[in-house]
Write a protein that binds this ligand. Sequence first.
Ligand code: CU
Length: 154
Amino acid sequence: MLATVLGGGAILAACGSGGQGGQGGQAAAEAGPAKLSVADPYIPLPPAGGMGAGYLTVRNDGGPDQLVKVTSPGAGSITMHRSTASSMEQVQSLDVPAHGALQLARGGTHLMIMGWQKAPALGDEVELDLTFAKSGTIAVKVPVKELTYRPGQS
Ligand SMILES: [Cu+2]
């Protein structure tokens, strides 16, 4: 069921055709609005003119939400990717679990950033606009770090 969508022009006309009317059962007692905050965002310095990756953690002290889109005034294209054993695949959304966190980290789920307006340099801050299904858009300033950077250790 994991569809790989690569290349331009592939647009999902309808995201999931599942009807709303089914008796799917009560989706747990996790109602209430999501309460999101973004922690430890960073972009490892991309090769000149090349593709960049973005990592961050979305914390959630409320009900479930989904990251559905990421854009930036500084880049033409940002996609969400999930790494698999041997490659990676683009995904259309990422779940932010209730009272949990969505983690984008090296070796796992990440953002792929292409089409830089201006090649990023160490110390730059790149604005990423994260759009969530329920919470709307959260803009974060993401610092460009050394290739070896890991959050929590400097
Ligand atoms: Cu990727």
